[in-house]
Write a protein that binds this ligand. Structure first.
Ligand SMILES: Cc1cc2nc3c(=O)[nH]c(=O)nc-3n(C[C@H](O)[C@H](O)[C@H](O)COP(=O)(O)OP(=O)(O)OC[C@H]3O[C@@H](n4cnc5c(N)ncnc54)[C@H](O)[C@@H]3O)c2cc1C
Length: 326
């Protein structure tokens, strides 16, 4: 049996290696191009578990893909792409009064946003690519966007994850109290080993991690090891490790998100600067007012916007005067 036949014999979902599909999955939104050997569309958790066990035994790697809008080559591989969008795309617990939702990772953000809006709720960490990305991709990338200044990034909204780990089993990852952590550390299983090693790593390197934490408002690079163990509160939260790990630690199969209520009113302030040297001072002054978002346009962008203004009007189907004023 070749690789395709072997994998097809252990999964119910589609296994594809035709040229057109491989070419399509060899690109994301980055400059890179890497052609996979196969693209698999797992139907359910059993498929994923079987895939992980197979990959461990046969030395092939698995790379998950949601919307494929990553700008760093994250969903690209020479090995096997696991498409999470086709079948893992259900909202399992609708955005609710309790201000949370449970979703599969392949749900498009744009679809989720519509459902949440019906209940005046919002997942505010959406990226600028919100029309193109899935919720799983947002979690794996720790996405943030125009509202991040006020609301933070995706890590702030993940309450619980289900993940298939390297032993082929699915685990629930959520914030643990000291007692719950002690319970996990005493397990003699693969899960216990994971907790023991991560706990030892963050304990032994406490000072190093504190000093290494980037002092920026948005960081999506590397593993957020410094956020796992809150010693003062006694909370050990491994969701912080999985969020932003770009699929390198496990396959995310389910996400429970905290949501916020939508704001009903907002206003826009435009400041024109004649001289770029004023930018730093102006930024500091404006940030004190705690804006929800803060964008910068240079002359070239503004000229482009003006040049394509009529196209925008057509796309937005708006009234030219009110849009101009906006
Ligand atoms: C025009 C444009 C604007 C953008 N603006 C922003 C922005 O404002 N902020 C920002 O943060 N990003 C931005 N991005 C980058 C990207 O769109 C986002 O990070 C988005 O959230 C990625 O989601 P996706 O579904 O497309 O993920 P993909 O590109 O499919 O995958 C992203 C990563 O997640 C992993 N992954 C996907 N699903 C799973 C899963 N189920 N389990 C484990 N790992 C998984 C993949 O392996 C990959 O490493 C932008 C991209 C474009 C093209």
């Amino acid at each position: 049996m070749n690789l395709k036949e072997e994998i097809q014999s252990i999964v119910k979902g589609e296994v594809v290696d035709d040229e057109a599909t491989l070419v399509r999955y060899s690109r994301d939104a980055s400059i890179f191009e890497v052609q996979p050997r196969l693209v698999v569309f797992p139907k359910d958790r059993e498929d994923l578990k079987n895939l992980v066990v197979f990959s461990q035994k046969n030395g092939v790697s698995l790379t998950c893909r949601g919307g494929g809008s990553d700008m760093t080559g994250g969903p690209l591989t020479e090995s096997i792409v696991v498409d999470m969008q086709r079948h893992f795309n259900k909202i399992l617990a609708q955005p609710a009064q309790g201000w949370y939702a449970v979703v599969q990772p392949g749900v498009w953000y744009r679809d989720f946003e519509r459902e949440a809006a019906k209940r005046n709720l919002l997942l505010p960490c959406f990226p600028a690519s919100k029309e193109l990305c899935t919720l799983g991709g947002m979690v794996a990338n720790n996405a943030g966007g125009e509202k991040t200044l006020a609301y933070g990034k995706t890590d702030r909204y993940v309450q619980e994850l289900k993940v298939v780990l390297a032993d082929g089993n699915e685990y629930t990852v959520k914030p643990l109290s000291r007692e719950e952590l002690t319970g996990k550390l005493s397990l003699s299983s693969f899960e216990g080993e994971v907790y023991r090693r991560v706990f030892a790593m963050v304990q032994e390197n406490e000072e190093l991690l504190k000093s290494a934490k980037p002092k920026v408002s948005k960081n999506s690079a590397g593993y957020a090891l410094w956020n796992i163990w809150d010693k003062e509160k006694g909370i050990f939260d491994m969701t912080k490790l999985f969020v932003g790990s770009q699929g390198t630690l496990g396959v995310i199969t389910e996400i429970r998100f905290r949501l916020v209520s939508q704001t009903t009113h907002s206003s826009l302030l435009i400041v024109f600067l004649k001289d770029q040297s004023l930018l730093a001072e102006a930024t500091q002054a404006i940030l004190k007012e705690k804006p929800e978002s803060f964008e910068l346009y240079d002359d070239h962008t503004l000229k482009l916007a003006a040049r394509f203004f009529l196209d925008f009007v057509k796309t937005l189907k708006g009234n030219i005067f009110s849009l101009g004023l906006e």
